[in-house]
Design a protein around this ligand. Structure first.
Ligand code: ATP
Length: 480
């Protein structure tokens, strides 16, 4: 495997000034950083070694690096890995900075793309897949969050942790290879994201280049309509829809785009448009949607909207020291705060503990609680705090209504089906730990719950859990 050219020269965090947290993944923080030698901006993905080892994600990280190195710099439609290095605590991936963020953000913002934009970005995706597959790589998690935009609004595909590298000289990749060992171990699971996963990955967990063609169909559907083709209140129901090809086109869906999507969203992988092309993906290129397009030079991208996009130019201040020590990392982490909706951020009462309630107050509150639709799940215990939380397990996150009550209990309910899904068991050994304003962990003696508050109240959740612990288990509590 060829290392990135520049890797020959040893690099370290002190070659960069770290300016801003661009985003966070389950196991990583991505910073905007500036090379001190060239002033060039990069996105640096930083992964904490202990976290990776504890969460058993080493293979995922290695896979991502391996794929990025295989991709190299020959195709403009992929995030490029410039350097990798490590220190005692962290791994660093120096990547192309995708200045214009995620495709998903643009879909959310504009609801849908017009046909000119759809054609253009579908074509960039086709060219990207031609290159990716020619390198023997199946992405397996292609979705609008993993398609970023560079400063000129060209796509940059990212996130190769779930990718599969097909053995060299293997034309199709129906047979899994050695680099797929984790996948084998998880036969009853699948990689990727529920809404974009192909039927074959659900039924026999096999994947091929055609699995990415399925995802291409899903993305084209989403950019035309603003919606994902397979939607449902639970993963189980989404999977049923995928397996039954149960989806509809909203009114007004462009006819030509519909024809292409229909030819890509086909249950049998080999029957998808392009899947059996001798020269991939001639048959997709020849589709009516792309008539008149110059595949050798797509030209500049059309504007996604008439309104000028206010992409904020994030400036890295000149007075910062290079490197990423703990103090810098914490400061930058806190800088993430203004991105959260601050004006409506409610502060919890500082002086009074959540558990400081008289018996009369508990009675009154319980009476009022009867009109709360979640009252039926809490066995008449008083709800001290409730909120929607994404409960992560593996690559999945399920949104649950969490209910912290006297007792103590920490129940969680599926807010769509209104079914009680479980309870985090309470004991003196419980411990809440905030990673940042959104992500927090609840440690119990036997398990670690990985939780994310989309509203950004993780710190408050941790505070109240610790208060309840101090109330019921004062000996084991630090927050007395
Ligand atoms: P997970 O690991 O949970 O699947 P992820 O793949 O999104 O999440 P990262 O790759 O660490 O995790 O990215 C975290 C966030 O950082 C992304 O959501 C994206 O908004 C931002 N980001 C990632 N890479 C870049 C980049 N090259 N340029 C700009 N922003 C980026």
């Amino acid at each position: 495997m060829t290392p990135p050219v520049e890797e020959v020269r040893k690099r370290s965090a002190s070659d960069y000034v770290f300016g801003k947290v661009l985003g966070e993944g389950s196991f990583s923080t991505v910073y905007l950083a500036k090379d001190v030698h060239t002033n060039k901006e990069y996105a640096i993905k930083v992964l904490k070694k202990v976290h990776i080892i504890r969460e058993k994600k080493t293979e995922y990280v290695m896979r991502e690096k391996e794929v990025l190195m295989l991709l190299g710099s020959s195709c403009q439609y992929f995030v490029r890995l410039y350097w990798t290095f490590q220190d005692a605590e962290r791994l660093y991936f120096v990547l192309t900075y995708a200045k214009n963020g995620e495709l998903l953000k643009q879909i959310d913002k504009h609801q849908c793309f017009n046909i000119e934009c759809t054609r253009y970005y579908a074509a960039e995706l086709v060219l990207a897949l031609e290159y990716l597959h020619s390198k023997g790589i199946v992405h397996r998690d292609l979705k609008p969050e993993n398609v970023l935009f560079d400063e000129n609004w060209h796509i940059l595909i990212t996130d190769f942790g779930s990718a599969k590298i097909v053995k060299e000289n293997t034309e199709k990749c129906d047979n899994e290879t050695e680099s797929d060992t984790t996948f084998h171990k998880r036969r009853n699971s699948f990689v990727g994201t529920a809404q974009f996963v192909s039927p074959e990955m659900l039924t026999d967990t096999s994947s091929s280049y055609a699995s990415d063609l399925w995802a291409l169909g899903c993305i084209i559907y989403q950019i035309v309509s603003g919606l994902m083709p397979f939607r449902g209140p639970s993963e189980y129901l989404i999977f049923q829809k995928i397996l039954n090809l149960d989806y509809v086109y909203p009114e007004g869906f462009d006819k030509t785009a519909k024809d292409l999507v229909e030819k890509l969203l086909v249950i049998v992988p080999n029957k998808r448009l392009g899947a059996t092309d001798v020269k991939p993906y001639t048959s997709i290129r020849e589709h009516e949607l792309f008539i008149g397009l110059n595949w050798d030079n797509l030209g500049p991208p059309p504007r996604i909207s008439d309104v000028s996009d206010n992409i904020s130019d994030i400036i890295i201040p000149d007075n910062l020291e290079p490197g990423l020590d703990e103090a810098t990392a914490s400061r930058l982490q806190l800088d993430l705060l203004p991105l959260a909706p601050t004006p409506s951020r409610k502060k919890s009462q500082p002086s009074r503990k959540i558990t400081d309630l008289s018996p009369e107050e508990i009675e009154q509150r319980l009476e009022a609680q009867k009109s709360n639709p979640y009252h039926v799940f809490v066995s008449s215990n008083l709800i001290l705090k409730q909120g929607l939380i994404d409960k992560k397990k593996g690559l999945f996150a399920r949104r649950r209504m969490f209910l912290l009550t006297l007792g103590p209990h920490l129940y969680y309910v599926d807010p769509v089906t209104m079914v009680l899904k479980g309870e985090i068991p309470w004991s003196g050994g419980i411990r809440a730990e905030a990673k940042n304003f959104k992500i927090f962990f609840v440690h119990t003696p036997n398990r670690k719950y990985y939780l994310e508050d989309p509203e950004g109240y993780a710190l408050e959740w941790c505070k109240v859990i610790e208060e309840v612990k101090a109330y019921y288990f004062p000996e084991q509590s630090e927050a007395k």
